[in-house]
Design a protein around this ligand. Structure first.
Ligand code: PLP
Length: 387
């Protein structure tokens, strides 16, 4: 059997597989954006986005990928004289440092080995050493390593020390618990193509009151396209965006957010957590080891170390030949791990499939394992949890 590009199961950490309802919504005849009809749809998207982000703060939706929202966070809030503590345990934590430096601010890098989590005490020590740090940035769910960093505990520290916390929730919002208002996150960003279940091209940013205060103090914001006061003005005036939005993506997002709210926040997070547990157990039963430090494993994706002798290219090509796309690694982890995402509509059918196929392909690659062991381990968990 040869699987073509239109018949492939995406188990990559974004873009992910989307529901056909989202595609259908996107194929609607495009309506002009400066109309009451579009404004109603867009206004509903923002309201639903706030529910999914669990916030009462302002939320803006940009045309641009998740990085556009990261760019906006720094460009709007951080002045060149500011000190920013960038917490880094992978590619996306590192991206905050790169953006910080792009806008001329002083980046202080707190780095841990990729695969390890940032611990709260590391953050408090770093701040106590340099008390004039004003902002802390972090990636909640580090996609390059499948590590879930303890955002709630870190937020406690930044709040106690009166620092602003900027969080990348690109692969956690919509799939795992993120409570910016309760935890005390000042800026939270995400993107459309991960747990939110919409194609790529939209970035979202939540802006809390302390962040607005900082923005209010800026003499000049070094951006035209992602200047937040322009977005606030347009939205407050007429549920609008300052520039032409990606209208079909707005339709897609409207549908995917509707589906998320139909499922319910708790149910959705529980499902993601169950899928994560079954993937982890199944992969371990096949003889694979997780990259993530124990106790900090992501609930939306899993990173697995290749056993000796299994070639990255051969493995992923093999999976693709059998109809499943999984992701390789980034930076220095290339060739050493592969990543399986279980976001959005991924459920027991896909999990059992990916475990069965992993067993088959590992054996095709010469690794000796009981190729059905992953499926059996996952089935046991499903039997206990899905009655
Ligand atoms: C955690 C995280 N942050 C940021 C990004 C960047 O998002 P985008 O590629 O949509 O710009 C990604 C993309 O994979 C991500 O996983």
């Amino acid at each position: 059997m040869v699987y073509d590009e239109e018949n492939i199961l995406l188990m990559t950490p974004g873009p992910v597989s989307f529901h056909h309802r989202v595609y259908q919504a996107m194929s609607k005849v495009e309506f002009h954006h400066r109309t009451p009809e579009h404004r109603k749809t867009f206004g509903e998207c923002v309201s639903m986005m706030k529910k999914v982000m669990q916030t009462e703060n302002d939320v803006f939706i940009f045309t641009g990928s998740g990085t556009s929202a990261m760019d906006a966070a720094i460009a709007n809030c951080v002045s060149p004289k500011d000190k920013v503590l960038n917490l880094i345990g992978g590619k996306f934590g590192e991206r905050w440092a790169e953006i910080t430096e792009t806008f001329g601010a002083k980046s202080i890098r707190l780095e841990v080995e990729w695969g390890k989590a940032i611990k709260p005490e590391m953050v408090s020590n770093a701040i106590d050493k340099e008390p004039d740090i004003k902002f802390v940035t972090m990636c909640h769910n580090e996609t390059s390593t499948a590590v879930l960093n303890p955002a709630q505990e870190i937020a406690k520290i930044t709040n106690e020390r009166d620092k602003l916390l900027i969080v990348d929730g690109v692969t956690s919002v919509g799939g795992d618990y993120v409570y910016p208002d309760k935890w005390g996150i000042d800026i939270l960003v995400t993107g459309s193509q991960k747990c939110l279940g919409c194609p790529p091209g939209l970035g979202m940013i939540m802006v809390g009151p302390k962040a607005w205060e900082e923005i209010g103090k800026r003499e000049k914001i070094p951006s035209y396209y992602v200047k937040l006061p322009s977005y606030r003005k347009a939205f407050e005036k007429s549920l609008d965006t300052p520039y032409t939005p990606a209208i079909p993506l707005v339709y897609g997002l409207h549908e995917s957010l509707t589906m998320i709210l139909e499922e319910g926040y708790e149910n959705r997070v529980k499902r993601h957590r169950l899928m994560a547990e079954t993937v982890r157990s199944g992969m371990k039963a096949l003889g694979l080891q997780l990259l993530a430090e124990k106790g900090y494993e992501s609930n939306t994706m899993t990173a697995l170390k290749y056993p000796d002798g299994v070639d990255d290219n051969a493995f992923r090509k093999g999976m693709q030949k059998h109809g499943i796309l999984v992701a390789g690694a980034q930076a220095h982890l290339k060739g050493k791990i592969f990543r399986v995402a279980h976001m959005n509509i991924i459920a027991e059918r896909e999990v059992l499939l990916v475990l069965a196929m992993t067993g088959l392909v590992l054996r095709e690659c010469g690794f000796k394992c009981e190729s059905g062991a992953g499926v059996s381990a996952a089935q046991e968990i499903f039997l206990k949890n899905l009655r």
